[in-house]
Design a protein. Structure first.
Length: 347
C-alpha cells in the first residue's frame, strides 16, 4: 500500500499567544515522536503542503469572510471568536493546512504515483468553521475544502466520515442541501457545538445525505462500532463514493480531557479498519484522513499510529471484535435513527 503523510513545520507556528490552549503545537510534536518510535516515516511517503488559493477556499467560505481573515490575521495576534485564536504564524498554517488537504485528496482520488490513501497532520483543525465565520478552534474548513476540490477534480460522489467527538457543524452546513457529498458523524450529544441531532438529515436535494448518530456521554468502543456497523458502513456501501474523507478527531479517547467519552486505542484501530474495509469495497480503498481534535498528546500519537497501521495493512481480515453494548438506550437510539433514515437507505 502507498500511504502519504502530510506534515509541515508551519503548522507548529499556530499557537495561542496568551494562554496554554488545548489546541497546541505540542499535539503534533507528540505525534511526530510516536511516528518515529513506530518507524512510520519509513513506511509512508512524505507530502509537502502549499498555500490554498482564494478560489479553493471560497468554494466553501464566503468571499467576505476570507477577505476579513486575510486582512486581520497575517502577522497579528488575537481571536476570531472566543475559542478560536490566531497568532503571527496562523495565516500561513491555515492556508497550508487547506492547500495540503486539497492536494492530498486530489492525488489519492487520481491514484497519483500509486497513492492509495493519506493522512494529513494539519493545524488548525477545520470541521467547525462555517461559511462565514471561524468557530471551535477552526479557521478554514479543511475537509470541506478538500471535498470540493475532489469534486472539481472529477469525483462524482464524496463521503465524509466524521468521528471527532464534536459534531462537525461547519461541514454539515456546507453540504446539507446537496447529494454529491454525503456527511456522516458520530459524536457526543448534547455537547458543543449543539448541532447533530439524528433528525438533521439534510434539506432539499440533500435530504437523506446527512447522517448523524448522537451518542451519550461516556460511550466507548462499543457505541462507535455500533454506529459503524449498523449505520455508516451500510450507507457508504450503498452510496458508492469515489473517495472517502475522514474528519479524524481523537478526542473521544478515554484519556482526552475535553471529550467525555471512552474510546480506546484499539477502538480507534477498529474504526479505521472498518472504514478501510468499506472503502476497499466501493472506491478501491481511497481514503484521506485529516486531523481534527484530540487533546491528550500521548493518546493522540498512539491513535494516529494505529490509524496509519490500518491504512498500511496488507491483510484486511475482520477487525478486532468489540463486545456489543449492553446499553438498552443505545439500541433505542439506533432503531430511531434507522426509522428516520428508512426512506433513503436500506438499513
Amino acid at each position: 500500500m502507498s500511504v502519504a503523510l502530510l506534515y509541515d513545520e508551519l503548522f507548529l507556528n499556530h499557537r495561542d499567544p496568551v494562554y496554554s490552549h488545548p489546541e497546541c503545537p505540542e499535539r503534533l510534536i507528540a505525534v511526530q515522536g510516536a511516528l518515529m518510535q513506530a518507524q512510520m516515516r519509513d513506511r509512508t511517503s512524505n507530502r509537502a503542503s502549499r498555500p490554498a488559493t482564494p478560489d479553493e477556499i471560497t468554494r466553501v467560505h464566503d468571499v467576505a469572510y476570507f477577505d476579513g481573515v486575510q486582512r486581520d490575521v497575517p502577522g497579528q495576534e488575537g481571536h476570531l471568536d472566543p475559542d478560536t485564536f490566531f497568532s503571527e504564524g496562523s495565516w500561513d498554517a491555515a492556508l497550508n493546512a487547506a492547500g495540503g488537504a486539497v492536494d492530498l485528496a486530489v492525488d489519492v482520488l487520481r491514484a497519483e504515483d500509486g497513492l492509495t490513501s493519506g493522512m494529513g497532520l494539519v493545524r488548525p483543525p477545520g470541521h467547525h468553521a462555517e461559511a462565514n465565520r471561524a468557530m471551535g478552534f477552526c479557521i478554514f474548513n479543511n475537509i470541506a475544502i478538500a471535498a470540493e476540490a475532489a469534486r472539481a477534480a472529477g469525483a462524482k460522489r464524496v463521503a465524509i466520515l466524521d468521528w471527532d467527538v464534536h459534531h462537525g457543524n461547519g461541514t454539515q452546513h456546507t453540504f446539507e442541501k446537496r447529494k454529491d457529498v454525503l456527511y456522516l458523524s458520530a459524536h457526543h450529544y448534547p455537547f458543543f457545538p449543539g448541532t447533530g441531532s439524528h433528525r438533521e438529515i439534510g434539506r432539499g436535494e440533500g435530504e437523506g445525505y446527512t447522517v448523524n448518530v448522537p451518542l451519550r456521554a461516556g460511550g466507548g468502543d462499543a457505541v462507535f462500532v455500533s454506529a459503524f456497523d449498523q449505520i455508516f458502513c451500510p450507507i457508504i456501501a450503498q452510496y458508492k463514493p469515489d473517495l472517502l474523507l475522514i474528519s479524524a478527531g481523537f478526542d473521544a479517547h478515554a484519556q482526552d480531557p475535553l471529550g467525555g467519552m471512552s474510546v480506546s486505542d484499539d477502538g480507534y484501530r477498529v474504526l479505521a479498519r472498518k472504514a478501510r474495509q468499506v472503502a476497499e469495497q466501493v472506491c478501491g480503498g481511497k481514503i484521506v484522513a485529516l486531523l481534527e481534535g484530540g487533546y491528550n498528546v500521548e493518546a493522540l500519537g498512539r491513535s494516529i499510529v494505529g490509524l496509519l497501521e490500518e491504512l498500511l495493512a496488507d491483510d484486511l481480515g475482520d477487525a478486532e471484535q468489540i463486545a456489543p453494548s449492553a446499553d438498552p438506550q443505545l439500541g433505542k437510539v439506533m432503531d430511531e435513527i434507522k426509522r428516520t433514515l428508512e426512506p433513503y437507505w436500506n438499513l
